[in-house]
Design a protein around this ligand. Structure first.
Ligand code: URP
Ligand code: ZN
Ligand code: ZN
Length: 461
């Protein structure tokens, strides 16, 4: 297969070039590649040609908040493909009192025969028990080279500092990367209980009970634990300027701290939670949306590499029959929002088109750095000979209105309903196979492979 007449865009440069694909991999790239007899030609005139998007933060088919996230591996990976994402890394949860390996088996079963793009897994550690530290080494050998630990959600997912520190001390040796949900769960829990006792039960109180300082404090603590243990830390779904300042100061001192943010924190504010009636429930996720001074600081953070990745934290719950669980009490609204399909569209439109990011930085944020940090590079996240032919042929002029009426995620609303974006995926290839073309899915359910990731990725360099 030969993709020609397009502009190949990587994290480093943009150049007119053709890409030859042989089997599942890129064979060669050059300005003057000639079509061989019988070769399939894809004309990319006027198009940008990116490495496929990598979303390192999704929750598919995840039991949470008394229900299960509404996209499974079939619908979620298909929706991702429509938006130009060809790899995702989902989270397997270790139920308290069980072995980590069992969680992996559970998530492999969820993904098997369903995923249409390649996927990796992180493991959410809820309990080290007596064998947990040895289990972590085993998990890394299985190709699950990252763990998530929660500093929030007491009695559900939260672990104490001793657990986080022990886990970090282990990854300092086995080379995995620990991801932290950084919010001070104890403080938040007290504030939440006070609010409910005062009859403050509407969705807006989800935002008002989770102060920015509770996020910044947790990031500060995470930095200290990274310094003491000598292990890198990756902060997930960073939402505020204050938390960003903690990351920036630590990085300036040479502490190996990395952080992602998500489109919702770049483009929405706490005002969404105050929508009339119960509408605000559509925007209940943690950390919550913040006041309007925060998003511009996050954009600056992306530009200057204080933030390294944009993921989605895709964790969809339908409004009609799932978010409604918290109609009379915001603490019962399942936490999470949809977005896996819209990440590239939103970041391209509001980042590249609005001049906040170069197109090369865009590729770095949505594909190359995620691959590097999570042990997939250069197989994924790059357009180079030998890399998997995960390629997005992107029409930079395609206008698109985001809507639940037309999206492919299995959820009955969009957080970005009516947003008009310019720039969209025209053709999406996964390992050399066209899986989306002109708005149609032509891939095959179940063709996605589990990706064994390597330890000591980019966070260690
Ligand atoms: O509200 C959220 N973010 N739900 C998903 C779980 C998590 O904390 O990432
Ligand atoms: Zn989280
Ligand atoms: Zn999440």
């Amino acid at each position: 297969m030969l993709i020609r007449n397009g502009t190949v865009v990587t994290s480093k440069d943009s150049r007119p070039a053709a890409i030859r694909i042989e089997g599942e991999r890129i064979k060669e790239i050059g300005p003057n590649l000639k079509a061989a007899a019988g070769e399939q030609i894809i004309d990319a005139t006027g198009m940008l040609v990116f490495p496929g998007g990598i979303d390192v933060h999704t929750h598919l088919d995840m039991p949470f908040g008394g229900t299960t996230s509404s996209d499974d591996f079939e619908t979620g990976t298909k929706a991702a493909a429509f938006g130009g994402t060809t790899t995702l890394i989902d989270f397997a949860i270790q139920p308290k009192g069980t072995r980590m390996r069992d969680a992996l088996d559970t998530w492999w079963k969820k993904a098997q025969d369903r995923a249409s793009i390649d996927y990796g897994l992180h493991l959410i550690v809820t309990d080290l028990g007596s064998a947990g530290l040895e289990d972590m080494d085993e998990i890394v050998k299985e190709g699950v080279a990252s763990f998530k630990l929660f500093m929030a959600y007491p009695n559900v997912l939260m672990v104490d500092d001793a657990t986080i520190f022990q886990a970090l001390s282990r990854t300092a040796k086995n080379g995995a990367l620990i991801c932290l949900h950084a919010e001070n769960g104890g403080i938040i829990d007290v504030i939440v209980r006070r609010a409910v006792a005062e009859g403050k039960t509407a969705p807006i109180y989800h935002g008002l009970t989770r102060p920015v300082a509770a996020e910044a404090e947790a990031v500060h603590r995470a930095v200290a634990m990274s310094e003491i243990s000598g292990a890198p830390v990756y902060i997930v779904h960073l939402s505020s300027e204050d938390a960003l300042n903690e990351v920036r100061e630590a990085r300036d001192r040479g502490v190996p701290i990395f952080a992602e943010t998500c489109p919702q924190y770049l483009l929405l504010t706490i005002d969404e939670l105050a929508r009339p009636g119960f509408e605000g429930a559509k925007y209940v996720f943690t950390p919550p949306l913040r006041e309007k001074q925060h998003p511009p600081k996050l954009w600056e953070g992306l530009k200057h590499d204080h933030l390294q990745v944009v993921s989605t934290d895709h964790c969809p719950f339908c409004f009609e029959d799932q978010k409604i669980l918290g109609k009379d009490d915001f603490t019962k609204i399942p936490n999470g929002g949809p977005g896996v399909e819209n990440r590239l569209q939103l970041l391209f439109n509001y980042g590249v088109n609005e001049g906040k990011l170069t197109v090369n930085r865009f590729v770095e944020l949505v594909s190359t750095t995620p691959a590097k940090l999570f042990g997939l590079y250069p197989r994924k996240g790059e357009i180079a000979p030998g890399s998997d032919a995960d390629i997005v042929i992107w029409d930079p002029k395609a206008a698109h209105t985001i809507s639940a009426k037309t999206h492919h995620m299995r959820v009955d609303y969009s957080m970005f309903e009516g947003f008009q974006v310019v720039g969209n995926a025209r053709t999406v290839l996964s390992r050399g196979e066209i899986i989306v073309d002109g708005g149609k899915f032509i891939g095959r359910t179940g063709r996605g492979n589990f990706l064994k990731r390597v330890a000591r990725g980019g966070a260690w360099q």
